[in-house]
Design a protein around this ligand. Sequence first.
Ligand code: SF4
Ligand code: SF4
Length: 653
Amino acid sequence: MNPQATREEYLYFSLPEKLIFYVLALMSLFYMGRQVYDRVKLWQTGRPTGPIREGTQYWMPTKAGVLKWWSKVLPMILLQKKVRSSRPTSGAPMHLMMFYGFGALFIATTLLGINTYSPYKFHKGAYYLIYETTFDSLGLLLLFGLVWAIVRRLRTKAPISQDKWDMGVLWLLLGITLNGYLLEAARIAADPHAWDTWSWVGYAIAQPLGHFGVLTYKVAWWFHVALVLGFFCIIPKLRIKHILLAIFSAAGSPDTPMGKLRTITMTEVEETELIGVKHAKDYSRWHLMSLDACMECGRCTEVCPAWNVGKVLNPKKIVQDLIGAMETGAEVVASLTQEALMQCTTCNACVEACPVLIRHVDIIVDARRNIVSEGGLSGSAALVLRQTASTGNAWGATGNREDWMKDLSIPLARDGVSFEYLFWVGCAGATDPGSVKTTKAVADLLQKAGVSFACLGNEESCTGDPARRLGEEFLFQEKAMENASVFERYKVKKIVTACPHCFNSLKNEYSDFNVSIDVFHHTQLLQQLVSKGSLLAATPEKGSVVMHDPCYLGRVNDEQEAPRALVEGMIDPQFSGIKTRCCGAGGGRMWMEEAPNERPANARIEQLLATGAKTIALGCPFCKIMLDAGVKQVAGDDEIRLLDLAEMLQEAN
Ligand code: SF4
Ligand code: SF4
């Protein structure tokens, strides 16, 4: 390696030319900075609470928070975890090439800048040669990624942005990258050295193009400067800004579990005279900033069960419309529309898919809270709330939570029995005939395995999950406090439930009401019993059973293993585990009428039956109700069986 190897900065440039460059660069950076400042001021109008640091800052970590900051930025941004997990054959590799190619050229330019403007001159010898070869090669990633993106955008049917500015930015970046190589080639031709072969791409281009003069080199240099400075000026206006904002969005994203909604306090209501969100400024600063990180990739829309059956709800549009409301000050519900907001099942598929960690469900539920507080809810959604308030049961059934126990010997907490687990039955488990079968199967299995448990019977009340997700926050809080006092009375330490919605609420949301209890989904406890040998796993014929992961178990609470430990050889449908597709019941949608062609359950049944399996394994009473109707509407096949995993295990024990 030649120790003399290096290259001169501002080759052949006079002082006046350099001064012109500095003035242009400062103007462009000032223009960019001004736009960033205006945007930050807009985010600052939001609620002054940040997930990382209370107060006005919401993306910079405290000293203690640096590790946490990196624990999010590293996997989500630097390792592109979410991008890699979706569209593995098209969008993901393209984005990875652009991301790492762009990142490499950013590092290369930064190193060059340090060498030029600091007293440390390290851009020489072996370092220089390795630098040239490495970044010449990595720049090709950006080049190929950009070509791929342009071709894909011209041909795609995916719900990605068709904005002509987005296409323009791709062409601009392609121009900068290509011109960067041409500039290198022109420099090599104008000032040749023996070590130029290390800059192998520029060197290769320089050969067939013959001898470039100094003038050609200068024209290419100024053209490059014009493109780059123009790029700086437009970054804050276009969605390309996500390359920076994604970092802040990931860094400041809430630490709360996906299934936990924000608890509103009465103090907050008194201070703001508001429940939920009326204007964009009522969201937190982090939420407002995260909207601007949206890259309009459409991943959220692709997975939305409502959008996929032709409803108006489009999570990407929710984000874009909210950006509009933030800029204009328009009311959120007017911008997003009540129809779209009420179609959400709160399945969190969009949240899971979003590469910049936008929390669509927070946004939607906060807007719903305002609709409810202003009396804007009517029809079956309003009826569910009235029923929950008056009977403690979302179905409106009164005093029947012990009917399923008739002829069974089920211990009740009020009888003073000692128990390890409280078996939380839930409204569906006590009321819906199909779900009652699951409840009985769980109780039977617990008794067979010798588990010490008790039920609350008529002392049990709705967890408040449907009310909270419909937007009736204070009905949820009333139910949570009521149930918390019952848990306190019986000194409950562990809960097991067959309903993933109750499971999620008790596990993730009741902690705000002084409830500190270990909560298990029934499949988790049954998995322990199978692994201890207290129960036998079911062994159906291979390929005869397909597993449908409930959203609030498989995705929201990231539990995919326990159900699969109970029944051997189950097959997975298209979309399973964390990527499961919603049956359409969550967010209070269970109680709302829908035309058959607008039922997410019918679309899901088609995916499940496409596997050829005749038995569908379930772990949620809501899924059972919705998919049962779906089977009748879509398949009309009497041989199709919908069984909770507990029922399948019961058949085997
Ligand atoms: S919200 Fe997230 S997933 Fe949806 S388009 Fe924007 S970046 Fe993509
Ligand atoms: S939570 Fe589910 S239903 Fe609601 S917008 Fe997101 S993907 Fe659509």
